[in-house]
Design a binder for this molecule. Structure first.
Ligand SMILES: NC(=O)c1ccc[n+]([C@@H]2O[C@H](COP(=O)([O-])OP(=O)(O)OC[C@H]3O[C@@H](n4cnc5c(N)ncnc54)[C@H](O)[C@@H]3O)[C@@H](O)[C@H]2O)c1
Length: 253
């Protein structure tokens, strides 16, 4: 067990990568707080399998600071601290020419994909500083360094996530808090289809555009991301901070 008794908050825990990340962390002995906007699927898939002293499921909106403050407080009350924060939650953008992107779309994507990282980090860092240790992992995207047309707001939000990761890595290094990012390539979750432009066939787009763009020839699987997060959270990565891990089948080359 590589994460025995580590207390871990995982956002986006009801999504493709999030659910798998919760499962892998539980397998590694972590105490997991799994949070999402909708938590039914987490209860269905994991609720019965993990003991109450290993899994806490919390419904929260990561754009609401009150929800986040409550989430961190509940975590500390139940498990006594926060060792790891894994920010998995995010939303896609339907590929859209820049002149057709509304203010509301831009603000929503920035709020969920970027501002949430600020809100969750601001809430856990005081706990981690007291502990003199901690790990924060932000799931960004290879699209931030290898863009595709029409994903303007999404790419900007993930580029900011990478810059923010490195900003916190240097700021928090003295406190032995490590901050790293993972850039998934095109991944086999429901989100992938949401990047397709209006009116195109989603399954054909997945195959023709996304899978074909990965040099290793396969879509990324949620467990690839979960495994990277386990490594970055473990002591095997104790000298890794400010790193950006491309888990992308070579898409970023
Ligand atoms: N799927 C891909 O191809 C791909 C590629 C690169 C990066 N990513 C990134 O990986 C991460 C996980 O993506 P996924 O493929 O598992 O997507 P997903 O859609 O399966 O899961 C995302 C989860 O985030 C949650 N979420 C959205 N808004 C929220 C909010 N305001 N508060 C709380 N939770 C909220 C959703 O409810 C959902 O369960 C995202 O940050 C995404 O941008 C995905």
């Amino acid at each position: 067990m590589r994460l025995n008794n580590k207390v871990v908050i995982i956002t986006g825990a009801g999504g493709g990568m999030g659910l798998k990340t919760v499962t892998r962390f539980l397998e590694e002995g972590a105490k997991v707080v799994a949070t999402d906007l909708t938590v039914d699927i987490i209860h269905e898939q994991l609720g019965g399998n993990a003991a109450d002293d290993q899994l806490l499921i919390v419904k929260a909106d990561i754009t609401e600071d009150r929800d986040i403050e409550k989430l961190v407080q509940q975590t500390v009350n139940r498990f006594g601290g926060v060792d790891v924060l894994v920010n998995v939650a995010g939303i896609a953008q339907t590929a859209t020419p820049i002149e057709d992107v509304s203010n509301e779309t831009w603000d929503r994507i920035m709020s969920i994909n970027t501002k949430s990282l600020f809100l969750t980090s601001r809430a856990v860092v005081p706990v981690m500083k007291k502990q003199k240790t901690g790990v924060i992992i932000n799931v960004a995207s290879i699209a931030a360094v290898r863009p595709r047309p029409g994903l303007n707001a999404y790419i900007a939000s993930k580029g900011a996530a990478l810059a923010f990761t490195q900003a916190l890595a240097i700021e928090l290094a003295d406190h032995k808090i490590r901050v790293n990012a993972i850039n998934p390539g095109p991944a086999d979750t429901k989100m992938l289809g949401q990047f397709a432009a209006e009116g195109v066939n989603i399954e054909e787009t997945k195959e023709a555009i996304f899978r074909n763009s990965v040099p290793l020839g396969e879509l990324i699987q949620p467990e690839d991301i979960a495994n990277a997060a386990v490594y970055l959270s473990s002591d095997e990565a104790k000298r890794v901070t400010g790193a950006i891990f491309n888990i992308d089948g070579g898409r970023g080359i």
